[in-house]
Design a protein. Structure first.
Length: 336
């Protein structure tokens, strides 16, 4: 099927644009039309327009090719209606794709993330991702995350989540598992059931930059940011505020392995109900050889920063702790 070059309702199109209304989109099923529009694009890719309206997604939108842009305009809502699938999945062959300007409503439906990415070099930009999963379900029961980067069976690297609002999801705001070099930047990640952001299981080289991460761990979890078995990450310039349930602003959980050689700098950790930052020595190892500089840490219930025995040889300078001493049981840690 070839679309009308002016679109169903007129308006200027680029040569490789497709409007889902030209592919039979209805309020009851926008997902099938999105898939048809993607299939109609040339091999070089192109842009699929999701116009203003509420479009139910009874099936998963799988993008598993290069150069696809799925673009909405803030009044464009994709709504999850069935359990046991993601709303959008960027498959292992997806590369240089973009999801932009969509409101993806989890509609309190369980099972599956709003956006899952298994590929590399993709972008999620300026989206509102919210209300995924059923808060009454057990913790970690259904992977009802906002965004998931998952490279367990593919190569998932160098993806970007930029300028998104990710809120009120049952599980994690942005989950990373075996996914290297991804960047989460300038997002508002608020009121998610578990962690706001995770860097887990060899998700080395992750960058978490300039985000507001607030009110995380509504149900439980590790902290506003949870890190496990991942090295060489940068967590910089974030406001990590009001983590709930006695949990910390940031914690290296380290169940699956040690987390070493990270940079933790220029963050504000405020009013978290555990530690501001907890460098924990878990069953997989410690948290060592980090650079910890220029953070402002105040008003956290348990204390400013804690270093367990086995979390060693960390270095910090210029941290403002509001008079609350660091708890340090590690060896070779230096703070000035």
């Amino acid at each position: 099927m070839c679309c009308n070059p002016m679109g169903a309702n007129g308006g200027s199109f680029r040569p490789f644009d497709r409007d889902i209304r030209d592919f039979g989109a209805s309020a009851a099923d926008g997902a099938t039309a999105i898939l048809a529009a993607i299939a109609d694009l040339p091999i070089t890719g192109g842009r699929v327009i999701v116009p203003t309206g509420v479009w139910d997604a009874p099936i998963e939108v799988l993008i598993d090719r290069v150069g696809i842009e799925l673009v909405g305009g803030h009044g464009s809502v994709l709504r999850k209606v069935n359990e046991d699938h993601h709303v959008i999945r960027l498959g292992g062959s997806a590369s240089r794709c973009m999801i932009q300007g969509l409101n993806i409503d989890g509609n309190h439906v369980a099972e599956g993330s709003l956006i899952t990415c298994n590929g590399s070099d993709n972008t999620v930009f300026d989206c509102y991702l919210h209300d995924n999963g059923v808060m009454a379900d057990p913790d970690y029961a259904n992977a009802s995350h906002g965004v998931t980067f998952d490279g367990q069976s593919t190569t998932c690297e160098r993806n970007l989540v930029l300028a998104c609002t990710i809120s009120a999801n049952h599980d994690i705001g942005v989950s990373q598992h075996t996914a290297r070099g991804n960047r989460i930047q300038n997002c508002e990640i608020i009121g998610n059931g578990l962690e706001g952001v995770t860097i887990d299981v060899t998700s080395h080289f992750a960058r978490v930059l300039d985000n507001l991460i607030q009110g995380s761990c509504v149900r439980s979890g590790v902290g506003g940011i949870g890190i496990d078995g991942s090295d060489l990450w940068i967590v910089k310039g974030n406001q990590i505020i009001g983590t709930l349930n006695g949990l910390s602003g940031m914690k290296t959980q380290n169940n699956t392995g040690a987390s070493n050689f990270g940079v933790f700098t220029d963050n504000i950790l405020l009013d978290n109900t555990g530690w501001g930052a907890w460098f924990f020595n878990g069953t997989g190892g410690g948290a060592s050889l980090h650079s910890i500089n220029g953070n402002v840490i105040r008003g956290n219930t348990t204390g400013s920063m804690r270093f367990e025995a086995g979390s060693d040889n960390n270095h910090g300078a210029g941290n403002q702790l509001n008079g609350v001493a660091i708890s340090n049981a590690g060896a070779g840690n230096v703070f000035v």
